[in-house]
Design a protein around this ligand. Structure first.
Ligand code: BES
Ligand code: MN
Ligand code: ZN
Length: 495
């Protein structure tokens, strides 16, 4: 995608289509008003005919502008003429791009950065335009013979007043980095399990390291993990023919002595459940069980592009969870790297087995904070649906920082408690703890399990089972929580 910021008069610019906002009750945004004058009242004519009444998300395409070099105009309804909520602003942007992405239009100029949005500045609005447009344009066509279906849009322009140029530029830089990160995360999530294996994920990390020398990549193979006594992690990969990998990404953008932010992402490239096999309907979707890991990779891409002055470590424990003669069996007892023993009551609760050893491993980086992201529990979907990710953690400052970042990035979170009463559910008759805590409060008990391996640092856990993926006819990866993680990193830099 090409991007440009435009400050010159609108009718001197060469774009296939301008995107202009109109409010309810025939009111025009400032930029739309100026175009109305230069087109001798064309916009007013269209609006007063009732072809668009300005409700949020309505669109009308005007594809011929008499006596004017402008090729086309898309009018977008903004709703009432008062500052928009951030959600309504994004809704209007989404409506605009959705109505243009299926046309032959190649270049679009968005003139919606002048719209007033509550608590938002030019930088934020520019970023949202880039993020929302890119999100809508993304399509996974790698395995489609007919590539015609891809969007033709090649160039996105942002119209900015001269006085706001610097903040438009900042917004564009951040928006582009986050959009690129989301695209990579979505691509990895959409790739099928026969292509995107643990080895493939490791290769993708290597590719990123080749392209950006400021990221160092290293891989722990199964024999390395054996030496570290990662008995919980390895018990899961024993059931798969694909070798497991623990991928480490290391970005040292900060000062030498700055403690790193450690990002951990669950990387199950396919979760069949193991011996506690999942049911057949919808099992294909379990290729997205690596979206936590993909979020780490996407966030690293965004972080280097933004050249954030932070030290960040990424850890991606990656494996398949398959039924096999050598797979975990219910009742098996494992010894984790921490020394704690775990009774496997359900082999489908495999994510926490990978993550617990990775959390113990994270201690050696002397982390400032550790944030793990995992498609960990179906229970999270039951509790929260697909709107917010679940947030649990052992440190209020970290959790509050994440909640703030979630609000700013429109990538929402909802915190759940980690009270000690819930730990009761993980008691085992035979080992230090069981890997499942019964049917009640599944998201919480999963996090309780992890918390026992995160006692030595500030830690937060994001359950992204509901938010990393869209289900139904439009199924596919969402790229979340890349915007949230990037916002957190940006806030850590400037906040
Ligand atoms: N990867 C799944 C969780 C999941 C389910 C993610 C649905 C996305 C959509 C995880 O490994 C799992 O199987 N969890 C079990 C835990 C249970 C056995 C305690 C679950 O949620 O059913
Ligand atoms: Mn599972
Ligand atoms: Zn899983």
């Amino acid at each position: 995608m090409n991007y440009a910021i435009e400050t010159a008069p609108l009718d001197s610019l060469k774009y296939d289509c301008l995107i202009l906002g109109v409010y309810q009750d025939l009111q025009l945004s400032a930029t739309t008003h100026s175009i109305n004058i230069s087109t001798k009242g064309l916009i007013n004519t269209i609006v007063s005919r009732g072809d668009i009444n300005g409700k949020n998300g309505e669109t009308v395409l005007i594809n011929a502008i008499p006596d004017n070099p402008i090729e086309r105009i898309l009018l977008v309804g903004l709703g009432e003429n008062k500052p928009l909520t951030s959600k309504n602003y994004r809704k209007a942007l989404l409506a605009a791009i959705n109505s243009l992405k299926k046309t032959n239009i190649k270049s679009i100029l968005c003139c919606l950065a002048d719209v007033e949005v509550i608590d938002a500045n030019q930088q934020w609005k520019t970023r949202q335009i880039i993020e929302v447009f890119n999100d809508a344009i993304y399509q996974f066509t790698a395995y489609k013979s007919n590539k015609e279906i891809t969007s033709k849009i090649e160039k996105i322009g942002i119209f900015s007043p001269e006085a706001e140029l610097i903040s438009t530029q900042l917004g564009l830089n951040q928006g582009r980095a986050i959009a690129d990160g989301m695209n990579l995360t979505k691509l990895l999530g959409d790739l099928p399990g026969n292509i995107c294996t643990p080895s493939y994920l490791a290769e993708q990390a290597f590719e990123l390291g080749k392209k950006y020398p400021s990221i160092d990549i290293s891989i722990l193979e199964e024999n390395d993990m054996e030496k570290l006594n990662m008995g919980a992690f390895l018990s899961v990969s024993r059931g798969s023919r694909q070798p497991a990998k623990l991928i480490t990404l290391n970005y040292q953008g900060g000062k030498k002595d700055d403690k790193p932010i450690v990002l951990i992402g669950k990387g199950l490239t396919f979760d069949a459940g193991g011996i506690s096999l999942k049911q057949a309907p919808g099992m294909d979707e379990m290729k997205y069980d690596m979206c936590g890991g993909a979020t780490v990779i996407g966030s690293f891409l965004a972080a280097v592009q933004m050249q954030l002055p932070l030290n960040i470590i990424g850890l991606i424990p990656s494996s398949e969870n398959m039924p096999d003669g050598d797979a975990n069996k219910p009742g098996d007892i494992l010894t984790s790297m921490s020394g704690k023993t775990i009774e496997v009551l359900n082999t489908d609760a495999e994510g926490r087995l990978l993550l617990c050893d990775t959390l113990t491993y994270a201690e050696r980086f002397n982390p400032d904070v550790v944030i793990d992201m995992a498609t960990l529990t179906g229970a999270c979907l039951v509790a929260l649906g697909r709107i917010p990710s679940g947030l649990l953690g052992n440190n209020d400052t970290l959790c509050n920082d994440l909640l703030t970042a979630a609000e700013m990035s429109n990538d929402s979170l909802w915190r759940l408690p980690l009270w000690e009463e819930y730990h009761e559910q993980l008691k085992s008759n035979f080992a230090d703890l069981a890997n499942v805590g019964g049917k009640d409060a599944g998201t919480i008990t999963a996090a309780c399990f992890l918390s026992q391996f995160a006692e030595n640092f500030h830690w937060a856990h994001l359950d992204i089972a509901g938010t990393a993926w869209r289900t139904g006819t439009n199924k596919g990866a969402t790229g979340r929580p890349v915007p949230l993680i990037c916002q957190y990193l940006i806030n850590r830099t400037y906040g």
